[in-house]
Design a protein around this ligand. Structure first.
Ligand SMILES: Cc1cc2nc3c(=O)[nH]c(=O)nc-3n(C[C@H](O)[C@H](O)[C@H](O)COP(=O)(O)O)c2cc1C
Length: 421
């Protein structure tokens, strides 16, 4: 576990600068985006940076933080600053975690593995995505004692869901994060313009292709794909990609068509818009891990979640990728905090772009703050080292914002220090 020391971090960067060495990950957020865009393919950039519809929610996720102003307090002796928090029985070095992000191999070939190693080096929790590019077991072994969680998309196969829960338990996960807002894919305009969805190339389905239940499902006859298209160059590329991504030998996969079958099966079972609150006890029955619901935006849903005995609420609108025009996460947060009344931890993400944003979310009642796109960009720019640098920078930024606002620790970050402007 790496304790934040903002002044050391600052000193290192300035001293490095004095000797002519520039840091790999920029500090100005717009520069991180610009560099990542240069590095990534047009498809990867569209998939990662893009959101639903007119992308209004994505924009307001960021801009609505400005409705809240920090009113720093003075003369409070902030010589010793402590960012640590308690979360699900763990002591974390800072109130950050990395949100689940699928198809990370589009950002970097080491994908989830690089992110897991970065988190393991610093003790920052990582939520493994259901759409990861690397099976959870491989990531978990690199993380040592660092807490990890598994994010579940509840597919049409309950048997697959149970298998994933069991694997998460065996991988030492501390909780199951059930994402509720993506029972179907949102209307992602940038991806639609390119006609590009990574999963169809076999990208981001490693939790499925490594799963014994999913592999057994592949033995069942599949529904015939709809449409009757003539083979094209792109179709062949898609076929090759799906064979490359499937575990095992490429030629064998290509001959057997297993990669294509896996993609087809995935598309048949992924969407499950018919789940309801009354399905939740099924999950409860099949795991002893705490259950956290991701994508809660309405206070009544938060209350309902508590009625159903869930262990944590995760305020998120998926970075604006699902419902365009939806309330920004930071606008939704105070209502949820009021509804939850301290009965469960509250995770938060969507639009967090630095230490001050994290500070505001904490002040409004979040227990821990999720980083999303920014770590994807850092991964694209610098792999594991890039993610580590970003985390160290944000920890330092939060630590300084906290200290300069007169707070010695996270418990002292309170809503009374915010002004609604
Ligand atoms: C490229 C991309 C892929 C994502 N994949 C998942 C996923 O597999 N599961 C999930 O629950 N959320 C997923 N999310 C949503 C993130 O967990 C998080 O809610 C979001 O990134 C927060 O918004 P921000 O990145 O704009 O801060 C994804 C987000 C992005 C940008």
């Amino acid at each position: 576990m790496k304790k934040s020391n903002a002044l050391d971090r600052q000193r290192t960067v300035y001293l490095d600068g004095a000797f002519g060495y520039r840091q790999a990950i920029p500090f100005v957020y717009a520069e991180i985006e610009r560099l990542a865009r240069q590095k990534l393919s047009p498809e990867a950039w569209a998939y990662i940076a893009g959101s639903a519809g007119l992308e209004q929610t994505a924009r307001s996720n960021e801009s609505d933080f400005q409705h809240w102003k920090i009113v720093p307090r003075m003369l409070r002796n902030v010589e010793e600053r402590d960012l640590s928090i308690q979360f699900l029985g763990h002591t974390l070095p800072a109130p950050f975690f990395l949100a689940p992000i699928g198809a990370l191999e589009m950002a970097h070939p080491e994908a989830d593995l690089a992110v897991a190693r970065a988190c393991g080096a610093l003790g920052i929790p990582y939520i493994f995505s259901n759409q990861a590019s690397v099976p959870m077991e491989e990531c978990a072994v690199t993380m040592g004692e660092t807490p990890r969680m598994f994010q579940l998309y509840w597919s049409r196969s309950d048997e697959l869901a149970v298998s994933l829960l069991q694997r998460a338990e065996a991988s030492g996960c501390s909780a199951i994060v059930v994402t509720l807002d993506t029972t179907m894919l949102g209307w992602r305009t940038r991806d639609l313009d390119l006609g590009y969805l990574p999963f169809l190339k076999g990208i981001g389905i490693a939790q499925y292709t490594s799963d014994p239940v999913f592999r057994r499902l592949l033995e069942e006859p599949l529904e015939a794909p709809s449409g009757n298209r003539r083979p094209s160059f792109d179709a062949i590329r898609t076929l090759i990609s799906s064979a490359q991504k499937y575990p095992g030998g490429f030629w064998r996969n290509l001959r057997s068509g297993i990669g294509r079958k896996a993609v087809q099966k995935f598309t048949q079972i992924y969407s499950r818009p018919n789940i309801t609150w009354t399905d939740l006890p099924f999950l409860r029955k099949h795991t002893r891990l705490p259950i956290i619901l991701k994508g809660v935006l309405h206070p009544d849903d938060a209350k309902k979640a508590l009625d159903y005995g869930v262990d944590g609420i995760y305020v998120s609108n998926h970075g604006g990728r699902q419902v365009d025009g939806a309330i920004s996460s930071i606008e939704a947060l105070p209502g949820i905090v009021e509804a939850v009344r301290g009965k469960a931890p509250i995770l938060f993400d969507s639009g967090v772009r630095g230490g001050a944003d994290a500070f505001k979310a904490l002040a409004l009642g979040a227990t821990a703050v999720g980083i999303g796109r920014p770590y994807c960009y850092a991964l694209g720019i610098g792999g594991q080292a890039g993610v580590e640098a970003l985390l160290l920078n944000w920890m330092a930024d939060l630590e300084l914002t906290m200290g300069l606002s007169g707070c010695k620790n996270i418990a002292e970050i309170h809503s009374t220090i915010l002004h609604r402007g």
